[in-house]
Each structure stands twice: as C-alpha cells, then as structure tokens.
Write a protein that binds this ligand. Structure first.
Ligand code: UD1
Length: 383
C-alpha cells in the first residue's frame, strides 16, 4: 500500500506551517508516526535566502525532496508552472494524499495538479475568507477548498464559512476536535472530493509559536544589531498586492503609517515586492521608518514581542501579535482573522482612533497548540 503524503510549499508562511507537521511526525506518541512518509515539494515561489532557506535552517526543516524553481512571474504563468511541475512529481511519487497550506499560488497550483490526477487533497488552513475576491489569496483559498477532500480549519469562524458554502460533513459540529474524536469518528472510506470532511483542528501556526517563541527570544540578537530598546519602537510589514500595486492605495497607507508612528522608530523588514515598488514610488516614508532586510522567523518573533505596536498586512503576523500580546493595526479593509479584533488586540486601519488598552483575557480561539498532531492523526486514517 502507498503510504506517502506529498506536501507542497512555496512561500514563507508555508515553511512555518509545514514545520508544525514535520515536527509532529518526528515525535513518537500521539499523532506522530513512522507509518507516514512525508515527501516535501518546494515550488520555488520564494527563492531569496531571506525569504526561503533561512526558515529551513532556523527551524531545522528537512531539505525538500523536490525543488521546482518556478520563481517569480505573472500569476497565470507562476500558477501554470506550478501545476505543470507538480504534475510531473505526482506522476513519479504517486502519493496517497497531497497536503496544501494556506492561500498562495503554490496552494492553488498544487491543488489543481492533484485534483486533475484524482489524488485526494488535504487543505491545511481551510475556510478562511475575506469576502474580497480582488485578493489573489481569496481566489486561491476558495478554489483550493472546493477541490479538497479534507478541509482542516484553524477556527470556528473558518468552519462556519465553509458551512455557509454548503459543506455538510463537519466533525463535532465545528468545535475543536480532539485526538479521541478523530480516532472514533474519522471513516476514511466515506471521505472523498464529493463527500469532503471539515474539521476544526486549531491553527498550526499556534503550535509553532508555542515551540519557537522562547527559542527566538533566547537566540535572536536582532534588537542589539539594530540598537533597539524593547517597547520603544514599532514594527511594520507591508507586501500584499492589494496594498502595493495600486499607487493610490500605497500612498494612502504610507501616509497613514507616517501619521500614526510620527516620532517613534519604526522597523520595516521590507519584502522584495515592496522594495521594487518603493524604489519607483514618489510616496516616501518619513525618516523614523527604518527599512531593513526581510527577517527570519526567530528575528521576526523577537522584534514582534518587543515592539510597542505592529502595523501589518500579513495574516500570520496578526495572530502572532495576538498570541505575543502586542497590539496590531491591520493595514487592510478586512481580515480573515476576525477573532483578533475582539478585545481590542487588532484594529483595521480605517477604524483606528488611537492607542487603547486591550482586554487582558484572550479566549483560546485558535486551538490548543496540538493542531499538527490532530492533522497527522486524521491523515493516518487514510493510510
Ligand atoms: C505571496 C502570497 C501571499 C503571502 C506571501 C508571503 C500569492 C498570490 N501571494 O506573496 O499571499 O502573504 O507570499 O510572503 O501567492 N520576490 C523576490 N524574491 C523572493 C520572492 C519574491 O524578489 O524570494 C519578488 C518578486 O519580484 C516577485 C514578488 O516579490 O514578483 C512577489 O512574490 P510572489 O511570491 O509572487 O508573491 P508575494 O508577494 O511574496
């Protein structure tokens, strides 16, 4: 019997998400198992050292078995190359299941290649919605969900969104599942693309954060390198196409950042996409904004934990700020991570009225830090 699970990653956040599964599969005991053979495929969507290899080095992720070197390009071209090259790998490896993560072009390309070959797909971080179809990520995640057999969600909201779209088979009424629930209830034989299974397993990024934050705070020397004092600076990230590609939107956001952070040092690890656009743009940041190289995972966690405020359009960082108890302003008109808005930890920038005191309590809205174990337990049912 084929016992191979093929994982497709290509962009920064996917390396972190895959790490959660790879770590759980190396651990003996609940969830982890040597019965499962992980084959890792890196599409090459991200290729700079600071966007890719540093994550593998820091987290100790195994070298991908296949590297597809698709590189950058227009969406159609990039996605098409991913489909074509993943298809070749699938024909060779013949996995039992393909796992795709999140909402990038690597997610969509990987999912389309697999579904066309009749290979079942497991989508990790299923059910996220911004209800803004102008975002490439929204198209990627909706389409990936609708060709998947296993839709593994990070939150109650994600499950509810899938239910609204007609997904009927939902474990435990959408409540966070336990390993026992999985052992008892998952019947692999009854799951396929026409009868997909939805489960709330929690967020794999929370698993990774629980593991990595203390290591990051111990190991990272980024604050010394940048001569920063904890809680005396803000952190900024900005890279989404919806924010960078339209000069009017870009200008509006830069002006907002300039006005909110006036007088405070802002550390901005600039994404290569933004670097290209910023070099040509007439709109500029004020001198308190310090542009630095993209940061690795550990440095970013250390910067985030010690910052007084995060301004970001990243999805993952909104949650990491929430877990590390740093206030966040999201540089978007909507967020998929609506739970972070409750209690005042996160605010959409157009609704921001000034500093506030978030509530001390944070309900466990993204699981219990065991999402990866639960995903493995579900996958093992299919072996
Ligand atoms: C992608 C995802 C986005 C995710 C982000 C994480 C899509 C549609 N978007 O956006 O959802 O939040 O990854 O970072 O998949 N570039 C380099 N070096 C690199 C990678 C990119 O120079 O290693 C430059 C290229 O000029 C490229 C541009 O950045 O054209 C955009 O890269 P791309 O991977 O297409 O999208 P991201 O903006 O990174």
């Amino acid at each position: 019997m084929n016992r191979t699970i093929l994982h497709i990653v290509g962009a920064r956040p996917q390396f972190v998400k895959y790490f959660a599964l790879s770590k759980a599969s190396r651990e003996p005991g609940q969830g982890g198992s040597s019965a499962l053979k992980n084959v890792l495929v890196h599409t090459g969507q991200h290729y700079d050292y600071s966007m890719s290899k540093i994550f593998f080095d820091e987290l100790g992720i195994e070298e991908p078995a296949y590297h597809l070197d698709v590189g950058s390009g227009p969406h159609g071209e990039q996605t098409a190359k991913i489909i074509q090259r993943v298809e070749e790998i699938l024909a060779k490896v013949k996995p039992e299941m393909v796992v795709v993560y999140g909402d990038t072009n690597s997610t969509l390309g990987g999912a389309l290649a697999a579904v066309k070959m009749g290979i079942p797909i497991c989508h990790v971080e299923a059910g996220l919605r911004s209800y803004n179809k102008a975002m490439p990520e929204e198209i990627n995640r909706v389409l990936a969900d609708h060709v998947s057999s296993l839709l593994l969600c990070p939150s109650d909201t994600a499950v509810a969104s899938l239910q609204k779209e007609g997904f009927k088979s939902v474990m435990e009424s959408g409540n966070l599942v336990s390993i026992d629930d999985i052992e008892r209830d998952v019947r692999a034989a009854s799951v396929n693309m026409d009868h997909p299974l939805v489960a709330n397993v929690g967020d794999v990024m929370y698993d990774v954060l629980l593991h990595a934050s203390s290591i990051a705070l111990r190991q990272s020397t980024i604050l010394q390198k940048l001569s920063l004092t904890p809680k005396k600076y803000d952190l900024l990230t900005l890279h989404r196409a919806e924010n960078t590609d339209d000069p009017r939107v870009f200008k509006e956001i830069v002006q907002f950042i300039n006005s909110v952070t006036r007088g405070t040092t802002v550390i901005f690890p600039m994404h290569p996409r933004t670097k290209i656009i910023y070099a040509k743009s007439e709109t500029k940041f004020e001198s308190n904004v310090r542009i630095v190289e993209p940061a690795g995972y550990f440095d970013l966690l250390a910067l985030l934990k010690n910052s007084s405020l995060l301004l970001t359009d990243s999805g993952g960082l909104q949650k990491e700020a929430f877990w590390l108890r740093t206030q966040c302003i999201t540089l978007r008109n909507e967020t998929e991570w609506v739970e972070t808005l409750d209690g005042g930890w996160n605010t959409l920038y157009k609704k921001y009225t000034g500093p506030s005191s978030p509530s001390a309590d944070q309900p466990p809205v993204y699981g219990d830090g065991r999402a990866a174990e639960k995903i493995l337990a579900i996958l093992l049912k299919f072996l």
